[in-house]
Design a protein. Sequence first.
Length: 318
Amino acid sequence: MKRLKIILITAMLFFILFGLYLAKNGKKEYSQSEFVLDTACSVTFYGKDAKEAAGRVFDEVRRIEGLMSMYKKDSDISRINRAKAGDKVKVSGDTYKVIKAALEICQRSGGAFDITVAPVTRLWNFTGENPKIPSKEEISKALISVGYENIVLDENNTVIKKNSSLEIDLGGVAKGYAGDRAKEIAKKYNLTGGIIDLGGNIVCFGTNPHSENGRWTVGIQLPFSPSGTYRKTVEVKEGSVVTSGNYQRYFEENGRLYHHIINPYDGYPSEQNYDSVTIVTDSAMTGDCLATAAYVLGEEKGSELAKEYNGKIYYEKN
Ligand code: AMP
Ligand code: MG
């Protein structure tokens, strides 16, 4: 009888410990940060395989950077940028998809968003170490090559340029695409939830174990304030919160601020009376294009465009 009691107690203890182990691993939290896509990226995942998922997600983000960066000489984008008018440039399915989606917003924004702004962004060099104010002549010359309508999307993932000097910069959309892909991959790992931050492009899915309703609260960064300073927050279940802001890349000269969101009509940083635009949408890729577009378009037209894509929009000023 005494032996049976011991066996029963041992079995009970075993099941309690096993239950605790499962509960703990179900909620297992893992965070990882890396500098990719020219920006600080981090993920926090919940679930038994959170660490493995994070590793795979960063592999994917690096792969996308390798395809879409205009600063990596073997990327799809660099191959397009070096091509001559009429050359058929075969690219990956990813790059083709991103260019196609971006071109739609180039059109719908009337060119406020224009991925062929590369010759101008190259001059300003915001992603490099020494950004500088280009001369008026340099800007006028670079603007001649700008015009998204000179990109032709051919069959079989082939891109053709109508003029040789045309160059593409996917800086305004690639982080969003990477965010969507990151979520897709993470979801294959049976996580209970997760949050991905690719330089201000936030993507959430599943349940937030730290909130009562399971939703994610994402703060809208207060421009020119320490990271994590918020005045507004948005609550999302699953989706993306993407911010484009002048404070994300800028320099000051002679008391003036020059930032990286370029008005493709004149080649200078878009002058506005706000500092950032945040878009809440399902797809981070769409949100990324829209945020950059809406920054250049201004509050009225930007809000109209966001509405066309069922996006919520927030303009913020320091
Ligand atoms: P984001 O980081 O999404 O706000 O986009 C800004 C980045 O997109 C810049 O660093 C440039 O690489 C590129 N860019 C700047 N101005 C534009 C524009 N008007 N349309 C498309 N891309 C742009
Ligand atoms: Mg963008």
